[in-house]
Design a binder for this molecule. Structure first.
Ligand code: ZN
Length: 103
């Protein structure tokens, strides 16, 4: 498979989906965080912004896969230019970093 930018984008989503599958099926694979790290490394190499749907699934700081046990999710409203804007705050309990996503 030639390493074009489109193929590498596909590989990023495959790696994330495979890591989530391995963790959900409890196959005992110890390399799930490494797959996520590899996906983020590829995105930096090809200068590609990882889509929000992937940020909902994994933490970009500690490469952990988000589950109900290690994530705290809150919806907050903030006023910006006299308009109310809703944000989803995802608090990773493993590295204490917060990712804010516009809803
Ligand atoms: Zn984290």
């Amino acid at each position: 498979m030639p390493e074009t930018k489109d193929n590498l984008k596909k590989r990023i989503s495959y790696l994330i989906d495979f890591a989530i599958f391995e963790q959900e099926c409890k196959t005992g694979n110890p390399y799930t965080a490494e797959y996520v790290q590899l996906a983020f490394d590829i995105s930096k190499k090809i200068n590609y912004r990882v889509p929000q749907s992937i940020h909902l699934k994994v933490c970009k700081y500690c490469y952990a896969i988000r589950t109900a046990g290690n994530t705290k999710a809150r919806v907050v409203t903030e006023t910006k230019n006299h308009k109310k804007v809703k944000y989803l705050k995802l608090h990773c309990l493993e590295c204490n970093n917060i990712k804010k996503i516009k809803v």
